[in-house]
Design a protein. Structure first.
Length: 68
């Protein structure tokens, strides 16, 4: 089985933001880095704001990181 980052930010949908999942569990749809960090904080990942660019933690699918 291939390794996968525990946090996945799915491709953006126009006007809808990006779905977010942690270890396969959907957290919701974020429309900004701030919302993404809040989802991750609620999931127990307190240092998430400093790690959004870490490819070992976050996989940004279907578009560049931080593009909403």
């Amino acid at each position: 089985m291939a390794w996968q980052a525990p946090i996945v930010v799915f491709p953006p949908k126009a006007g809808e933001g990006r779905r977010v999942a942690v270890r396969g569990v959907p957290l919701g749809t974020a429309n900004s880095d701030r919302e993404l960090v809040e989802f991750l904080r609620r999931a127990g990942l307190n240092e998430a704001d400093a790690a959004l660019d870490d490819p070992h933690l976050v996989e940004w699918r279907g578009g560049p990181a931080h593009q909403w």
